[in-house]
Design a protein around this ligand. Structure first.
Ligand SMILES: [Zn+2]
Length: 91
């Protein structure tokens, strides 16, 4: 893993990090941007940041409330991501 990858992995530790594949129990490998792929079956999963990021990318103009309801991530956690400029979102 390069320097940037390590820095990103540390950032992601702050969120609900995935570890084990829900489908087969295999090890999840961090892909970047909150995305993980299973070593064994290739299933993709997302931590809180990954879920929020995916949602706002596909729902332009979504509010914090919409995003929280759709992803199950708390509004406080989403506001924290916005504050840290990890995501961009409508208000
Ligand atoms: Zn798997």
């Amino acid at each position: 893993m390069d320097k940037l990858g390590k820095a990103l992995a540390r950032v992601v530790d702050a969120y609900s990090r995935q570890g084990v594949c829900e489908v087969c129990g295999g090890t999840l490998v961090f892909q970047g941007c909150g995305e993980y792929v299973c070593e064994q079956c290739g299933d993709l999963s997302y931590d809180d940041y990954g879920k929020v990021r995916r949602y706002v990318e596909t729902h332009a103009g979504a509010s914090v409330t919409d995003t929280a309801e759709a992803t199950g991530v708390s509004q406080d956690a989403i506001r924290e991501m916005i504050k840290e400029r990890k995501i961009r979102i409508g208000y």
